[in-house]
Design a protein around this ligand. Structure first.
Ligand code: SAM
Length: 278
């Protein structure tokens, strides 16, 4: 006799979605919660940057579908990302528990995970993003940067060229996707020195050309070490740069005291808690 309390249901199971981060370094960054989402899913879609990491994922789940083959030279990445969203949503709508696994953090500089979660929720499905260890987290650790010390701005490099943005040179500046800076077609995986020269010209409004910039690549395999190259800003166009590197500009100017605000704070400090002058 069946003694469980819930009655058997003939309703088809509702699909659901989780997008989780695999972290940056194989084997050491996957959180227990992310692993749990992977193990509980019916189907996995993998947007990973490294084939070895994908093999590792395949050991955790029998149905891992790679999203990598949808990238193609000359094809807009936006078209690829929309295909990813369509593939994932088709399985959610079919009633599956779907898990999208992305390298790093699934919500950092990643269009498709945000979009597919938004869409799934709009259609009434349960959808969740599980954070992961990002290249951002790794660079703070590997380069000894505390973003709280001077502040830290993050930009997608091309945005500095195609929009008017305000840079604060008293803070750290972290530039993502410099390897393909200036690519408006979204169909290239790399742009050349001429494009990086445009970036340098923009940056030179706020930084001296001799300012030292860091080109950082965090380890993706446990046998690797983080790589940091230091070059003068003027030389950024002339060094090879790949899609797995992030460029960091340390502050170029000292923090400037805001004397007017200090005076206001002084005045407040001189008033006791009853509101009376001390
Ligand atoms: C599409 S974004 C993906 C970021 C990823 N979601 C994360 O959480 O780190 C790709 C950019 O991440 C940065 N990146 C990717 N792999 C990296 C690595 N191993 N070390 C440093 N930066 C990396 C580069 O700036 C690259 O252009």
């Amino acid at each position: 006799m069946n003694t469980t309390s819930s009655p058997p249901s003939n309703e088809p199971r509702r699909g659901s979605l989780s997008c989780v981060g695999m972290g940056m370094t194989l084997g050491s960054h996957l959180t227990p919660l992310a692993r749990n989402h992977i193990e509980q899913a019916d189907v996995i879609f993998a947007g990973l940057s490294d084939g070895v990491v994908e093999l590792w994922l395949q050991r955790m789940h029998p149905d891992v579908r790679s999203l990598q083959p949808y990238y193609q030279h000359g094809k807009s990445r936006m078209k690829t990302y929309k295909q990813w969203v369509a593939l994932i949503m088709a399985e959610v709508r079919a009633g599956k528990r779907v898990c999208g696994v992305f390298y790093g953090h699934p919500g950092i500089f990643a269009w498709a995970p945000h979009k597919v979660i938004e869409l799934a929720r709009a259609e009434g499905f349960q959808a969740h993003m599980e954070p992961g260890v990002s290249a951002e987290d790794c660079l703070y650790a590997d380069l000894g940067i505390d973003p709280g010390r001077y502040g830290c701005q993050h930009f997608e490099a091309s945005q500095l060229l195609i929009y008017e943005r305000r840079i604060d040179p008293t803070a750290y500046l972290v530039l993502w996707q410099v390897g393909l800076v200036g690519d408006r077609s979204m169909a290239r995986f790399q742009t050349g020195p001429e494009y990086r020269q445009v970036l340098v010209d923009v940056l030179s409004r706020d930084y001296p050309l001799e300012h030292e910039v860091l080109i950082y690549r965090g380890a993706t395999l446990p046998i690797e070490k983080p790589r940091v190259r230091r070059v003068a800003l003027r030389n950024l166009p002339h060094v090879p740069l790949n899609s797995e590197e992030t460029v960091i500009l340390p502050p170029a100017q000292s923090l400037k005291p805001n004397l007017a605000m200090r005076e206001r704070l002084d005045a407040l400090d001189n008033i006791d808690t009853t509101g009376m002058p001390a």
